[in-house]
Structures are given as C-alpha cells and as structure tokens.
Design a protein. Structure first.
Length: 250
C-alpha cells in the first residue's frame, strides 16, 4: 500500500471534529445572544405598563387612574390656561401611551384657569404711559375718545372704560377718554334792562365780552334794550348790543 493510501482514513475524523466545533460555537453564540438580548427584553416587557391619558383630570382623578398601573403622580408645576379649568391637568410627562416600568413617576402641570388683571388708575397719565401701564397689567388699549375737560390738560387721560380697579380677563381692551383741554365757556345772558350802561359795559368787557352800542347812541344812562335777550346762552366770541336812554341814573 502506498503512502497516499495510508493518509485517507484520517480525513473523516478531521471533518467530524471541524463540524462539531462549528456546532458548539453556534450553540454558545446563540446562548449568549439569548441571555444578553432577548432574555432582558422579555423580562423588561413583563414589567412594562403604558401611561394613561391624564389630560383635563383633577389631581385626585389622575392618582386613581395611575393606581392600576402601579404608577405614581408627581405635581411639577402650575400655569394659567384660559382653555382648561382651574385644577385640571394641562400637561404630563411621560406622554400618554408611553411604555414605562412599574412604580415610575408621571409629572403633571395643573391649570390655574383664566388669568385676570385689574385696570390701573390712569387719570392724568399721557396716552403713551397709559398704553404701557395697561400692557404691564396684561390688558390693552381699546377705543380712544376725546372731549374737553377742565380737570386735566390736553392729551391726558380723563377716564377709562371700564373704570380703574375693575377686574378683567387678561387681554381685555380698555377704552380711554383723553382731554382736548379746556372746553368753551358758556354763560347765561342776565337781564340788564334798567341798569346803568357805563358800569355794565366795564363789567362785561372785564370778563372778555365785546360790548356795542347803536351809532350815535348815548354812552350812559339806563339800558332800555339788550341783544341777546336775557336767558340767552353766551360764549366769549359773541358781541353784546346795549342801548341806553341817555338820561342819568341816580
């Protein structure tokens, strides 16, 4: 038998050993993957729960909703929200539907409801200052109306609508009444018939009125005619016509 024939029986043993080695290696790798990857996931999933939706619930209602899942409630803050009633939950973390491990905490923010502001006292303020003060109070300027006033100077605030200290929702407009300065003074024409023209003229002219008499009419004596007549409303830009009899009043 040749040397080549003597080596043939050794090949099957080597192939069997190689196959066995590959099989054992694959088994070991499979065990490692199962223990390190799949097994932890299976274990973790067994302890997972999903966070329920707590929106618009009260704190007490939210605590009851978390109890079946073994979760705990944590109140992390409050804020104003006109769209959610006071005492109701606005926001939660983790969000609803998030998978978490048992005994985990769910943080919530609770609504303080709609925010209100008080109208500041703006009497005597300029329009610019009034706008700034309203803005700082969480309100805004509404309509602007102007009218004469002897209480404050031109361009200053006479009044607001609603008035100062009114409590309003934030963002509510507040109307301003601004002064245009002193209004036109109005007087009532007295009955001057029978009074001495010279003295009446001096009194009226001292108050800023213009007093006239008919051409060539007497400058003194009792008044027999006046225009406008008694009871008429007067302003300082109107002229007053007075006519005397010419005889001396003693």
């Amino acid at each position: 038998m040749s040397a080549l024939d003597n080596r043939k029986p050794h090949r099957p043993l080597r192939d069997v050993a190689y196959t066995a080695f590959v099989a054992v290696s694959a088994f070991v790798v499979g065990i490692l993957v199962f223990n390190s990857v799949l097994m932890p996931r299976l274990i973790h999933r067994q302890g997972e729960v999903r966070v329920p939706d707590l929106a618009n619930l009260t704190v007490e209602e939210a605590q009851k909703a978390l109890q079946p899942a073994g979760l705990q409630l944590s109140r992390s803050g409050e804020r104003f929200d006109a769209g959610v009633l006071r005492g109701r939950i606005i926001q939660q973390e983790p969000a609803s539907g998030t998978p978490v491990r048992g005994r985990a905490r769910v943080s919530v923010i609770v609504s303080l409801g709609e925010e209100f502001s008080s109208v500041p006292a703006l009497f005597g303020e300029s329009r610019r200052n009034a706008e700034l003060m309203l803005q700082q109070s969480g309100l805004r300027v509404g309509g602007i109306t102007r009218a004469p006033s002897d209480a404050v100077g031109e361009g200053l605030v006479v009044a607001t609508d609603p008035p100062a200290e009114s409590v309003l929702p934030r963002g509510t407009p507040v109307a301003l009444l601004l002064s245009t300065g002193l209004g036109e003074e109005v007087f009532v024409m007295p009955d001057l018939v029978g009074r001495e023209l010279g003295r009446v003229r001096k009194q009226l002219e001292a108050q800023g009125f213009r007093v006239l008499s008919p051409p060539a009419g007497p400058a003194n004596g009792p008044i027999v005619m006046q225009d406008p007549p008694a009871g008429t409303r007067l302003t300082r830009d109107m002229s007053i016509m007075l006519q005397a009899s010419g005889r001396v009043v003693r």
